[in-house]
Design a protein around this ligand. Structure first.
Ligand SMILES: Nc1nc2c(ncn2[C@@H]2O[C@H](COP(=O)(O)OP(=O)(O)OP(=O)(O)O)[C@@H](O)[C@H]2O)c(=O)[nH]1
Length: 309
């Protein structure tokens, strides 16, 4: 059959024209065959690479700054490292990037006869898609953990972060503290000035909390007009100072909305402990103190009393 008798020639022609790279290195690593896509990986335009060793081809790419991206100041050391993995397995697959921005998936297959068959496939589109997906995933993760209005940690993320910190602190004897803050008569602000004005107040409160806390404190909006601050390695005294700082900022700040000034007031409950601390324990203690602050007339700070509990 004429088709069958021509198959070898046809196959060679297909490989020569293929956008995938094909190369065969001989037993002493000299290039026996390559198509133009393969030469291109090493910065060669034509068959001048034939007969060169892998090391010589890499040196060519490095010297002419073409083809494969060789991120090294020492090409000899790079080649030594490559020799540790090259031809060590019957089959291996890896990704490389080219200086023109493309990405290739390369496979090396050691033939029974000692030659090394190398195949390359352009995976630039897939890499681009992959990095876009990674970006979307990390954006989604941020969205899932952030309160949209105030950009503070939401309840889920606050609990998760505090629990992570507590497991870190469990190995130290340091005290940790929590401040719970609940705005006073916030419903009246909404009812008087509108929901939008209420939102502006919540944003302002978040700014005040960021301003009053340290970089490593964890600040979250637990929901509605309830906020929480976790203070790692903090004694009660220092936690009270931070709560007083927040109260002072509330007193000196008014939110401007449609030409009107809205004052912000809040009640705070504080607790601090060092032993067997869990999120629930801290939260419940701070919440009891907060309840007391509301009961005693609001716009004040109360500390959880461990003796009375
Ligand atoms: N603008 C706005 N209002 C909210 C948001 N989330 C909750 N609220 C409102 O917050 C108000 C909370 O009301 P209450 O629980 O009675 O609290 P309060 O009026 O501050 O009363 P006290 O805490 O007892 O001083 C409700 O009217 C909710 O609708 C929000 O994201 N934006």
């Amino acid at each position: 059959m004429p088709y069958k008798s021509n198959i070898t020639g046809l196959l060679l022609e297909c490989i020569a024209q293929s956008e995938d790279g094909y190369g065969i290195f001989g037993g002493t690593d000299e290039l026996l065959y390559g198509n133009s896509a393969f030469f291109n990986i090493f910065g060669f335009d034509d068959e001048q690479a034939l007969g060169l060793t892998f090391d010589q081809m890499i040196n060519h790419a490095y010297k002419h700054k073409r083809g494969v991206n060789l991120e090294t100041d020492n090409i000899e050391a790079w080649l030594d490292k490559a020799s540790l993995v090259r031809r060590q397995l019957n089959f291996r697959i890896f990704e490389v990037d080219l200086l023109d921005g493309r990405w290739l998936l390369l496979s090396e297959q050691l033939l029974d006869t000692g030659e090394l068959l190398v195949h390359s496939k352009d995976i630039t589109k897939q890499k681009l898609l992959e990095s876009q997906m990674q970006l979307t995933m990390s954006q989604l993760q941020v969205l899932a953990l952030t309160d949209e209005l105030t950009q503070l940690a939401n309840r889920r993320s606050f609990v998760k972060s505090v629990e992570a910190e507590l497991s870190r602190f469990s190995r130290s004897a340091d005290s940790v503290a929590m401040i719970l803050l609940d705005l006073d008569f916030f419903k009246t602000i909404n009812d008087t000035f509108g929901h939008q004005a209420g939102d502006e107040v919540l944003i302002c409160v978040a700014d005040i909390l960021r301003q009053a806390t340290r970089q490593y404190d964890i600040v979250g909006r637990l929901g509605g007009e309830e906020f929480a601050i976790f203070l790692g390695a903090t004694e009660l005294k220092a936690a009270i100072v931070i709560a007083q700082r927040i109260a002072a900022l509330f007193s000196s700040t008014s939110v401007q909305y449609n030409g009107q000034l809205i004052s912000v007031k809040g009640s705070m409950g504080i607790t601090s402990c060092a032993d067997n601390v869990t999120f629930e324990k801290l939260y419940n203690e701070a919440d009891k103190a907060l309840y007391l602050a509301k009961l005693k007339g609001r716009n004040r700070i109360e500390v959880f009393n461990h003796q009375e509990d």
